[in-house]
Design a protein around this ligand. Structure first.
Ligand SMILES: [Zn+2]
Length: 253
């Protein structure tokens, strides 16, 4: 069975970043602690964004706690922590479940993820630097750049520019382009070419309207104002042409 978007598991999180609940059919039960669904809004770890957590309510009312969601090609597997009896497991296949995203955690990831777009956009536009790595956490996020110098003055420019984009409350839009067309627009990708996904027909673009667009598969807030004030909390010299910038968001957002 192939879903509407051509994958075994339809990846609802790619189309609606604010979807918190969904219904799905159980396709596979690889073992007694994991489950594959025909669709999901639970984001699987990838692109520096951690896996979602959440819950699956199975028929009969039992609630499974999803501790990890992981993607392998066109299939998303959710791992849960409860023990199910062989009888419960046998009833699960083909049944309909309700999925719930741990929204508090996901929204933190979305705000930090979108903040990293602003950081990478500012550094790219100001200094022409590309990304060599990055990671999102619930309370902070970081990117590594091909940058030879990170003076106080440069950091001041980066921080001021980031907060200008936040205060302009710009729209963040998502759209798809054919892979060939997307890969010709070099300004869309900030990663080294060998880190780009291969063999896909179409690629998703995340566009902070009027500021910066990038190829991306993660989840984002829909307006930059939702991020709140961005502060550079740490920098690290990772080598002559490699600098790490860590950011935190103002509390209360
Ligand atoms: Zn992104």
């Amino acid at each position: 069975m192939i879903s509407a978007d051509g994958n075994l598991t339809e990846m609802l999180f790619l189309y609606d970043h604010y979807l918190k609940e969904f219904e799905a059919i159980v396709l596979e039960i690889p073992d007694n602690r994991s489950i594959v669904l025909d669709k999901t809004a639970l984001y699987p770890r990838g692109g520096g964004q951690p896996s979602d957590r959440g819950w699956l309510e199975v028929e009969g009312g039992k609630r499974l706690t999803v501790t990890e969601s992981s993607k392998d090609h066109d299939k998303v597997t959710h791992f849960f922590s409860e023990d199910l009896s062989p009888e419960e497991l046998s009833k699960l296949k083909g049944s309909t479940i309700k999925g719930v995203v741990d929204w508090e955690l996901r929204y933190k990831h979305m705000r930090h993820h979108t903040a990293l777009h602003i950081l990478s956009g500012v550094v790219y536009h100001e200094f022409g630097s590309r990304i060599t790595g990055g990671q999102i956490y619930p309370e902070r996020a970081r990117l590594d750049f091909t940058l030879d110098d990170l003076s106080k003055e440069r950091l001041g420019i980066i921080e001021a520019d980031m907060n200008r984009i936040v205060s302009e409350n710009r729209e963040v839009k998502t759209f798809w382009l054919g892979a060939e067309e997307a890969l010709q627009k070099k300004e869309l990708y900030r990663l080294s070419a060998d880190l780009l996904p291969k063999g896909l027909d179409k690629l998703r673009i995340v566009d902070i309207v009027g500021f910066d667009a990038q190829l991306d598969g993660g989840t984002h807030v829909s307006k930059t104002g939702e991020i709140g004030r961005i502060r550079i909390s740490k920098t690290e010299n990772k080598g002559k042409d490699n600098k790490r910038i860590e950011i935190v968001l103002a509390p209360g957002n």
